[in-house]
Design a protein around this ligand. Structure first.
Ligand code: 6GU
Length: 224
C-alpha cells in the first residue's frame, strides 16, 4: 500500500511513522508513506497557501491552486483508490472504515487547516471525507496519523500472530475481553480460574461472555 499525505505541517506527522509497528511496516516494505508539503506547491514567493474567505468572516481558507497542483501531479503518476480529506465535518471514522481502507493500493490523505479548504477542492478532487470524532483539532495531521496507524496495523504481515488484529476491540463489533498475565495470584488478587484450566473451549466461552458483559455495560450502543 502507498499513502501520500498532503500537509502544511509535515513535522507534526512524521514521528509516528518513525517508531514501533509503523516503522517496521515501512522497513518491511508492506507500506510506503510519502509526505508532500503543500507550501512547495504555492504559486507566490511568500509560500502562501491560505487566504481570506469570500463574503467575510473570521479564519483563513486553504487555496485551491497549491492543492490542485499537488493532487494533479500525484494522479498523473498512478491511480488512487480514494482521495481522503480529514475534516471535523466528515463521516465518523470507525473500524469498518479502517478495514475497508486497509485493502486499498494507493490513497491520498489531505490534511486541512484553519477554516478548511476551498469547497471546490472537496467538490472536484475528494472522494472520501473522514472525521475522527466530535471535537476539533488544530489541523488534520494528528487525525491522519491516527487513521494511518489503525489502517496499517490491519495489513497482513504488519502484526505478528502474537498481536493479531483479529481479537482487538471493535474488530467483531464488541469490546475485547479482560486479559491477565503472570503471576496467577498477586497480593491475594486472583486470575479467573477458568483461564488457568487449559480447557480451550471453556476459555473461549468465558472470553465471549466477558466481551459481551463489558460491551453491555460500557458501550450498550454497540449492541443495538
Ligand atoms: Cl479529521 N480534523 C480536525 N482538524 N479536527 C478534527 C478531525 C479532523 N476529526 C475530529 N476533529
Amino acid at each position: 500500500m502507498r499513502i501520500d499525505i498532503i500537509t502544511a505541517v509535515p513535522e507534526l506527522l512524521k514521528s509516528p511513522f518513525e517508531a514501533s509497528i509503523l516503522k517496521r511496516a515501512i522497513e518491511k516494505k508492506i507500506v510506503a508513506v510519502h509526505f508532500h508539503n503543500i507550501r512547495d506547491y504555492s504559486t507566490n514567493s511568500y509560500r502562501q497557501i491560505d487566504d481570506y474567505q469570500f463574503g467575510g468572516g473570521a479564519g483563513m481558507v486553504m487555496m485551491i491552486e497549491p492543492i490542485d497542483k499537488c493532487i494533479s501531479k500525484l494522479k498523473s503518476q498512478r491511480n488512487y483508490d480514494e482521495i481522503i480529506y480529514v475534516t471535523p465535518d466528515g463521516n465518523n471514522f470507525n473500524q469498518r472504515i479502517a478495514n475497508k481502507i486497509s485493502l486499498m493500493k494507493n490513497i491520498i490523505i489531505l490534511c486541512g487547516h484553519y477554516k478548511g479548504v476551498d469547497q471546490r477542492v472537496r467538490d472536484q478532487f475528494i472522494t472520501m471525507e473522514i472525521s475522527i470524532g466530535d471535537y476539533v483539532l488544530s489541523g488534520g495531521e494528528l487525525a491522519s496519523a491516527i487513521i494511518c496507524d489503525s489502517v496499517i496495523r490491519l495489513i497482513p504481515g504488519v502484526l505478528g500472530n502474537e498481536t493479531s488484529a483479529l481479537t482487538d476491540s471493535h474488530q467483531d463489533g464488541l469490546l475485547a475481553p479482560s486479559v491477565y498475565t503472570r503471576p496467577a495470584e498477586y497480593k491475594g488478587w486472583k486470575v479467573p480460574e477458568i483461564l488457568l484450566s487449559g480447557h480451550l473451549k471453556k476459555i473461549e466461552e468465558w472470553r465471549e461472555n466477558d466481551a459481551l458483559k463489558r460491551t453491555a455495560s460500557r458501550r450498550p450502543d454497540l449492541l443495538e
